[in-house]
Ligand binder design. Structure first.
Ligand SMILES: Nc1ncnc2c1ncn2[C@@H]1O[C@H](COP(=O)(O)OP(=O)(O)O)[C@@H](O)[C@H]1O
Ligand SMILES: [Mg+2]
Length: 252
């Protein structure tokens, strides 16, 4: 890329993904075009089953695509010849379920991948892990086991673990939807602070207030297609299409 021209970090072009075979076959992603520029946040909204998780999983190479391109810095990562581990090292996906290892202390949850998968020395991995725990407000929980943490703290620890590899793109899939309502705020606050630090994010969420605060672009998915997109004000306050209005009405 020439200096000054900022190509999107992530571009999806005509991405199609089907599940099932024969008469059961269904396009879960049906021609998705989407860009996420560096330091930007794109928020995916849509009813359950609209394809949000599949889209995030395609980007993280957990699902292959049937057609189209998934470009990271212009390189098509959907190409079967691409080194998937090298691509995944640039991304981090955090799920609804925190997926911490219950038998490992919080600190060890954060250092496992760097030490085992990337051969980082323990002291170095722990120093970085402590830094990330500090950043999510959990420095004092480094020695605790996951079940000694609240749901909100576990999810913050999972986000800290995702940040350890210094991913260029953070993918977040409904990270607050398994939490007690009282614990949602602390996780959203953390994401807002990551956003203000310039973290590039692609986020699926049902939290419209959060979407409004965090999104540069809101993308409404319906039946595997982008049905409407725009700024939070455009999509959430003044939706142009009936399905978007209906979706937002149902949430209220
Ligand atoms: N591995 C799979 N096999 C078959 N169908 C799947 C699979 N994963 C997801 N689906 C289907 O794809 C559709 C979209 O799912 P998903 O991406 O999870 O939507 P969302 O995250 O928006 O709720 C749903 O109908 C779901 O049942
Ligand atoms: Mg989902």
């Amino acid at each position: 890329m020439s200096a000054g021209v900022s190509a999107p970090l992530l571009s999806l072009r005509g991405v199609r993904k089907t599940f099932g075979t024969g008469a059961e076959q269904r396009a879960v992603l049906d021609g998705i075009d989407l860009d996420v520029a560096e330091h930007r946040c794109v928020v995916l909204i849509g009813a359950s089953g609209s394809g949000k998780s599949t889209l995030l999983r395609v980007v993280d190479l957990l699902e292959d695509v049937d057609d189209g391109q998934v470009l990271l810095d212009g390189q098509d990562v959907a190409d079967p010849w691409v080194d998937a581990d090298a691509v995944r090292a640039r991304l981090a996906l955090v799920f609804q379920q925190y997926n911490l290892f219950p038998h490992l202390r919080v600190l060890d949850n954060l250092t496992l991948a760097p030490r085992v998968a990337h051969g980082r020395p323990r002291a170095e991995a722990e120093a970085e892990a402590r830094q990330m725990l500090e950043r999510v407000g959990l420095a004092h929980k480094a020695r605790a086991y996951p079940d000694q943490l609240s749901g909100g703290e576990q999810q913050r620890a999972a986000i800290a673990r995702a940040l350890v590899g210094r991913p260029e793109l953070l993918l977040l899939d409904e990270v607050t939807s398994a939490l007690d309502p009282a614990l949602v705020g602390e996780v959203l606050d953390l994401l807002l602070s990551l956003r203000s630090e310039g973290t590039t994010m692609l986020v699926a969420t049902h939290e419209m207030g959060f979407a409004r605060d965090v999104a540069d672009e809101v993308v409404f998915l319906h039946d595997g297609r982008i049905h409407e997109r725009g700024t939070p004000q455009q999509v959430l306050d003044d939706p142009q299409r009936e399905r978007t209005r209906e979706f937002l009405r149902r949430l209220r």
